[in-house]
Design a protein around this ligand. Sequence first.
Ligand SMILES: Cc1cc2nc3c(=O)[nH]c(=O)nc-3n(C[C@H](O)[C@H](O)[C@H](O)COP(=O)(O)OP(=O)(O)OC[C@H]3O[C@@H](n4cnc5c(N)ncnc54)[C@H](O)[C@@H]3O)c2cc1C
Length: 372
Amino acid sequence: MIPVEEFQERATSWLAEHRHLAPRDYGAICPPELIEPAVRWQQLLYQHGYAGIHWPTEFGGQGLSPAHNAVWQLECAKAGVPAVLNMVGLVLTGGAVQMFGTPEQKQRHLHATLRAEQVWCQLFSEPGAGSDLGGLSTKAERDGDRFIVNGQKVWCSGGRISDWGILMARTNPDAAKHDGISFFLCPMDLPGIEVRPLRQMTGGSEFDEVFFTDVELPAEHLLGPLHGGWNVAMSVLTNERGHIGTAVIGLERRLEQMAAMAEGTELSPTGIQDLTTLYGKGLAYRAMASRQGPSASTAASLLKLGITEMMFAAAVLRTEIAGADAMLADSAAAQGLLSAPGGRIAGGTSQVQRNIIGERLLGLPREPRPSS
Ligand SMILES: Cc1cc2nc3c(=O)[nH]c(=O)nc-3n(C[C@H](O)[C@H](O)[C@H](O)COP(=O)(O)OP(=O)(O)OC[C@H]3O[C@@H](n4cnc5c(N)ncnc54)[C@H](O)[C@@H]3O)c2cc1C
């Protein structure tokens, strides 16, 4: 296996040569309007051996280690390009199919996802089930060799630009709530699926509502055990939190930009203090993220909480430094502020991360749970 340092050098020079072909670094979720350049970028990564860095070669990956993957993410962040097309396909779905997929499912989805032939979205949240995902009510009823799906999903990032979705649905309404859920790989073009865009306060429209009306989903798309979807989802979500943790690298770059911006500005003593505190936190989280091993752990919650709260604080401070006028004159500054709260909600809210940290890391008494 190529040593990490050598791989890093190779990646750095490849990125220097090819970064002009990439869309801007949009983070974990590809905005609908960038899907075409993002797909071309993912295809280029695949052709040049930078897709699925730590996926086994039998699934189309590079067979390298998580340390190589971390270095790739770091170099992409420094170059200001996305490391993967989107997190749902390349982190969540890829991880879930490798862990729980049948040989046919692996064959069908893993290479194709690396080559961006299958773009994925996440169909978990519902109007009545977000933090309490176990309360979801979309139903999938077995009918011979298919399931009939009825219900509604919401906050589906990039639903309208996706070919497939990872779907959680209730298959046994009589079981205790977490025991009656199954996990599916769902083609988005099945008859009866209707995707409706939602408008955000940024003015953009990155999310969709997705309605299922008597959708006939072939049973071969069940991933993992029937009624055992909760465990599949939990492993997927812990991957998501771990991935959000790597965003600290991008954050450090943003903090550096902010420090540079402050250079020409008269900062108040408290402004200087806030800026240096945030910068120090950024470095600490980066160090912590680099120690996070390949297996997801509760530390992922710590990183997810710390980083997204820090990004929010950074956006607020940036606004203060830029001044109120910049909110009218500079749409990037306004966009940054308006989109900042989303990170504290996506992938499990800050309050829910605090519960996990309190209970599992600190051993505090359990929070009351909604009735099961
Ligand atoms: C940018 C972004 C992208 C997203 N993309 C997707 C996607 O692609 N697919 C998808 O399925 N979903 C997606 N979501 C939805 C996201 O997963 C949910 O918004 C999130 O899980 C919270 O659920 P909710 O909105 O229903 O809020 P609720 O769960 O109703 O929470 C409301 C408030 O109550 C608090 N709260 C709830 N339970 C507890 C508790 N036990 N203890 C303490 N406080 C609690 C929460 O912290 C929050 O402040 C996305 C969200 C965002 C912001």
